[in-house]
Structure formats: C-alpha cells, structure tokens
Design a protein around this ligand. Sequence first.
Ligand code: PDD
Length: 291
Amino acid sequence: MNDPLVYLSIDGHAEMLSLSEARIPVLDRGFIFGDGVYEVVPVYGRLPFRLDHHLKRLERSLAAIRIENPFDTTGWKHRIAQLIASFPADDQFVYMQITRGVAKRGHAFPKDTVPTVFMMTSPLVLPTDEMRTQGVAVVSAQDNRWLRCDIKSTSLLGNVLMAQYAAEQGVTETILFRDGFLTEGSSTNVWVVKDGVLLAPPRDNRMLEGIRYAFLLELAAAHGLKVECRPIAETEVRQADELLLSSATKEVLPITRLDGQLVGQGAGAGKPGPVYEKLYAWYQQAKREAR
Ligand code: PDD
C-alpha cells in the first residue's frame, strides 16, 4: 500500500512498476506545459463507479486538445482492472493522466510524439461523518481561470490557487463566480436548493461537467425532485435554502457556511438540509445497486 504499483507508458513502452520507481522524462509536455488531461474514477468494492461516463469524458478531453486516445474502451477497462486488482483496499480512486508525450521544448504540437500514459490508484477516503452531519464551510472568489474549464486538463494552476485560498482559511472549498454567476468549486461542482428545486449552473465551457453532475440529475429525475439547469446569480447563492458540492472523492456534501455566513434561513440555517439528505441516500443506494 505504501508503494503501490502504477501503470506508465512512455514512448509506447508500457510497464507496471512501483510508484517510487516510476520516472517521467523532464521533457514530457505534461511537465513542461501542463499539456495533458486526466480522470479521477472512484472504485467501490473493487468496481469502478460510472466508468463508462469517465471514459467518455476522457475521450472528449483528449479530442478537445487533439491527442489521439491511446486505448479503446476495452483497453482502458483491462488496464484499470489490473491496477485495481494489484491494490489491497476495496475502495480506491484511480487517477489516469495522458500527456502529449516527450519532445524538444516548443509550444506548438511536436510531430510524431507518442502520448505518455500514467495511472495510479489510492485508497478512497470519503468525507467524515462530521462533514456530512455538520456540513462544510466554503469561501468564494472570482473565477479567473481560462474559458475551457470543460476540458479536464492537468493545467490546474487556477484551481490550485483557489484550493490553497480555501486551505489558508481553514475551509473545505472555494466556490467561484464569473461575471456575477456561479460556475463551480476549485475541484467540485456546486449546487443550489431554493424552494425545493435543485439548481445547477448550465453545462458549458465555464465549468467541468462532473460525472456526478449528470449522476445527481439522473437521481433527481428518478425520484421526482425538481431540477433547473440555468445561470445562477451570486445573490441566489447567498440566499439559498441549501448549498451542496459534489465530486468523485467527496460524493455529495452539504455546504453550511459561505464566507462565514450560515447557509439557509430560520431553524435550518447552518444545518444540512432535506434535499441534501435525500440526494445522499439515493447516492448510497445507487452505489449498493452497482455492486
Ligand atoms: N475533481 N469541477 C472541477 C474543477 C473538478 O476538478 C472536479 C473533480 C469536478 C467534479 O467532477 P466529478 O464529479 O467527475 O469528480 C468539478 C477531481 C475529483 C480531482 O481533480 O481530483
């Protein structure tokens, strides 16, 4: 577990080796330019959850930056299964990264490079009971990232700075506003509940469409929860009945404090709300049914 096996393919030479032995050439364009894309897939009971959705998003990210997909779906599934089998924990998260490969430094695409593929797996540490029952605190900031946030790129400097901003204030996440509208968190999607309706920002180039974005919408539709995907003004976020966040490793979590203010009104203020409780229960049920 301390030194798990990883998958590494450089210049088309693939091997499984221990994490401590894995090496990337310094001219890899992932290192030099952040020229690559990635995925984070949760694994429950040794089964990857919504893997087909993750592989489709990976395909979209690769196509957006014009890297040819190194494997077909079966090829990916086979390698992911090998990695999961090599790891002791039942619940894991698999990290996959593809870069444009190793080449002499120059911004434009080099000719004839072979994409570098790296995959590792780690224990999946889910949010604590306290985070779920008390909710988490977040701060807000202006979204100053580029306008292709729909690509799951390894160029994450904007996200890293926002995550650090949250860490320095002792909170879980920074949620972002662009031109007065909610986009997402530094590594999460953000949801608003008002009058029993679940609101989500529209999927476009200003946010990453999380795999849990479509998943929570599916859960809502299956259980008759009203949903609106539309631009959400900052004032609506600050007057929300509930705020939620979602990601592969956080699942779905209630936000109970925003910029030091309690979320919600009246007796429910600062407490996880009923829509969160339902979504969390449906999420856990779907996990059990997927086994
Ligand atoms: N982050 N938005 C951003 C910017 C993200 O980085 C993530 C995920 C999400 C949620 O997507 P999903 O539901 O597919 O996890 C939204 C992953 C977990 C990460 O970078 O570690």
